[in-house]
Design a protein around this ligand. Structure first.
Ligand code: ADP
Ligand code: MG
Length: 750
């Protein structure tokens, strides 16, 4: 029996899924697989596990497992459900790649989709689970797609087992109508999107590039002119989010003019006191949905016609903030301390304590303004949002299928995503969504975003699948299959790494069904990309394993250095950033070491940074002072622990233990490390173009790679930028202003 607090019980009763409990539970009882669609915020993630728990699905041996594509969601939802059920996190727990709090008492387990995929490798039938819930299936993350494919086979073998697929959109045909996946169409339950109406305001014109400035002006207007209610702003990336936060804080300072992200001690003390108070009042922050006042106007019918309905808005103020050449724009930037705005950033790389702030009520007398990336689109429901400002864009990583070169590009989002964003404004009361683009542009958006699996390399997936003895990956029941090119490229890479058997020469056509090798099995046991798994599998020589593990962890976690290349908002900030860059450069040169270790270049910098950070006890202070991202350093530490355990499991003779503070590698170890790195990144070799070969000035200081026609370069932030060795290997090529290699190390000529 669940003993909930009365406030919680009352809040739950107002969630749309509560009204459908009977219907949902009956469908689950009578079917192996059920699809549940319901608008974000309708209570799917927090309530369905509770329904299943109360219906006894976790009372026997089996437990309830629920997967999330995002780590943030797995952690915060498990905590939320534990709190709602008034139960310990020993019972309602989470597991993400880097950490978890699962115990033998766990009954409801939130995890990332990648974690469940790994578990399938250990126990194909997932015997410990009685129910699996795949949450946020509409996001179409690669692992979610694969899990659905696998579970379509596993569930029938595990008769009483249940599968629930949950989606925030109605676009589920890829699962339900896919005969290869489920021979009979799946039953779909739709929970009425009981949403308050959201009025959508399109811009008459679409700003070409300064959408950040446009967003700023819109926020200022909303804050100055419109009735109370939180503002949620969608931008595309972390740098944009930060600069917007700074700009807003300057314009509408809140108490001790908040400068950084709570790194001012005064600020923190004040915040702590305030949060303590806020915590005691936590229940008050739950959305109060007034059912009498409830309208069922669908969210996604936003078009300009709706602006007609504005007249009857609360106080009749003009809510249509169409910006024109209106002279009122002047002076928006001026400081206005009488109108404090409580500005919070939200993006996935943000530290969890900072992320958690958005759920708490803003300090009295202030208005909440959350400046977010896509994270806030579906997985997290921020309470109290009345206004959404949507730039209509999204930053995505694009890969070149042939060369593997990737770049982050800002593109228009899809109509479905834009409607999701708008919907965030109608959770607590009727809201408004300001789209910084015209309705004509909106109608040119693609209807839905594409499944991730069609947009990225799949070598890691193919290896995992081969390890599950799925030899003919092409025949796998993918909800949406990856491209043939991507599958061939993956198979090719895995053969070259020795993870798959080489196909007989004259039988090119069997390429897509190469069986896995023993090395491939060992590699599949490591929770990292196949290239890095290969390095781990080879790392035993000369006591190099601890270094290889650290390197692989650092390369996997990525972005371990604080960003210093972002555009500055002011002269002063620019100067500060230049100073910071200089300091970071100095540290990098120090970490790069002397003599032989210089060969390892950026990889040695990573080793040195992790070593130095651990030596100093891995404190936020050390990270801050030395330009390291604290959250990344913690993740590296956790991943090192996991990789150490994995290495010991694959090779019990290794008897490795994690020595956080490593001594720098010896000269012979450096040479050995170089060989190991080459074994994983052998196809990422680049040769410096010599002066006598220079035909075109664009090749100046450029490097030639086998796959690319154009030159690639060493980034100014690399410690090898000045040395320019003749041969290098790189971790990846990322196209920004130029094609830059990242994670570069030198290759010694024989
Ligand atoms: P869905 O999964 O359908 O999007 P959720 O179950 O995540 O919906 O959310 C249901 C409600 O619970 C939302 O109104 C949301 O505001 C509230 N909620 C979820 N997590 C928290 C939290 N950490 N703090 C306060 N309220 C929360
Ligand atoms: Mg959810």
């Amino acid at each position: 029996p669940v003993d909930r607090l009365p406030e919680i019980q009352a809040a739950r009763l107002k969630l749309p899924v509560l009204g459908e409990e009977q219907v949902i539970m009956e469908a689950v009882r009578e079917n192996m697989c059920v699809v549940l669609c319901g608008e974000t915020g309708s209570g799917k993630t927090t309530q369905i596990p509770q329904f299943l728990y109360e219906a006894g699905y976790a009372s026997g041996d089996g437990i309830i497992g629920i997967t999330e594509p995002r780590r943030v969601a797995a952690v915060s939802m498990s905590q939320r459900v534990a709190m709602e059920m008034n139960m310990s996190t020993r019972v309602v727990s989470y597991q993400i790649r880097y950490e978890g709090n699962v115990t033998s008492d766990t009954k409801i387990k939130f995890m990332t989709d990648g974690v469940l995929l790994k578990e399938i490798q250990k126990d194909f039938l997932l015997q410990k689970y009685r129910v699996i819930i795949i949450d946020e299936a509409h996001e179409r993350s690669v692992y979610t797609d694969i899990l659905i494919g696998l579970l379509s086979r596993i569930v029938p073998l595990r008769r009483p087992m249940k599968l629930l697929i949950m989606s925030a959109t109605l676009r589920v045909e890829d699962f339900t109508e896919n005969k290869k996946l489920f021979p009979r169409p799946l039953p779909v339950i739709k929970v009425d999107a009981r949403q308050f109406p959201v009025t959508v305001h399109f811009n008459r014109r679409t700003p070409t590039d300064d959408y950040v400035g446009e967003a700023f002006r819109k926020i200022c207007k909303i804050h100055r002119m419109l009735p109370p209610g939180g503002i949620l702003v969608f931008l595309t990336g972390q740098a944009e989010v930060h600069s917007m936060c700074r700009r807003l804080r300057r314009a509408f300072p809140f108490r001790s003019n908040r400068t950084g992200l709570g790194d001012d001690p005064k600020d923190t003390e004040e915040e702590r006191k305030w949060f303590k108070k806020a915590k005691q009042k936590k229940m008050l922050s739950l959305p109060r949905i007034n059912l009498d006042n409830y309208s069922t106007l669908p969210v996604d019918e936003g078009d300009e016609d709706r602006q007609a309905g504005i007249g009857d808005e609360e106080d009749g103020s003009d809510l249509d903030l169409e910006l024109g050449d209106d002279p009122g724009d002047e002076g928006l930037e001026k400081c206005d301390p009488m109108l404090p705005l409580y500005v919070l950033p939200l993006y996935s790389l943000l530290a969890p304590e900072q992320q958690g702030k958005v759920f708490r009520p803003p300090p009295a007398g202030t208005r909440l303004c959350v400046v977010a990336t896509n994270v806030a689109e579906t997985s997290l429901t921020i309470p109290g949002i009345k206004y959404v400002v949507d730039c209509g864009r999204v930053k995505k990583r694009f890969y070149d299928r042939v060369t593997g070169v990737s770049s982050f590009r800002v593109t228009w989002t899809s109509q479905a995503s834009a409607n999701q964003r708008a919907g965030r404004a109608g959770r607590t009361e009727p809201g408004h969504c300001y789209r910084l683009y015209s309705s004509a542009v909106f109608s040119d958006f693609q209807e839905f975003s594409e499944a991730e699996i069609t947009r990225r390399p799949v070598d890691d997936l193919v290896l995992q699948m081969k390890d599950l003895n799925i030899e003919k990956v092409v025949n796998f029941p993918f909800p949406t299959p990856p491209s043939m090119e991507a599958l061939v490229a993956a198979e090719h890479l895995l053969v070259s790494l020795g993870a798959l058997e080489e196909p007989p020469r004259d039988m090119e056509r069997v390429r897509l069904s190469c069986p896995i090798t023993p090395l491939g099995r060992a590699m599949a046991a490591f929770p990292v990309a196949p290239r890095y798994a290969k390095m781990l599998a080879m790392g035993k020589q000369q006591g190099c394993l601890p270094y290889v593990i650290t390197l692989v962890a650092a390369m996997t976690v990525r972005e371990i250095f604080e960003e210093t290349d972002r555009p500055a908002a002011s002269e002063e900030e620019n100067a500060k950033m230049a100073q910071r860059r200089a300091r970071l450069g100095q540290m990098r040169r120090l970490w790069a070491g002397q003599g032989a270790s210089l060969l390892l270049g950026d990889l040695m910098v990573m080793l040195g940074a992790v070593g130095a950070c651990e030596y100093a006890g891995c404190t936020p202070k050390f990270c801050q002072e030395n330009g390291l991202r604290y959250k990344a350093m913690l993740e590296i530490r956790q991943l090192r622990g996991q990789l150490t355990t994995a290495v010991n499991a694959v090779d019990p003779e290794a008897r490795l233990y994690l020595d956080a503070k490593m001594a720098p590698p010896t000269e012979s170890q450096v040479l050995c490390l170089q060989q190991i790195v080459l074994a994983g990144l052998g196809d990422h070799l680049a040769r410096r173009v010599q002066v006598e070969e220079l035909l075109d000035p664009k090749w100046h200081n450029g490097y030639k790679t086998p796959l690319l026609d154009s030159p690639v370069f060493i980034h100014p932030n690399s410690v090898l930028f000045k040395t320019l060795p003749d041969y290098v290997v790189y971790q990846e090529v990322l196209e920004t202003s130029k094609m830059y290699m990242r994670g570069v190390s030198a290759v010694q000529e024989e």
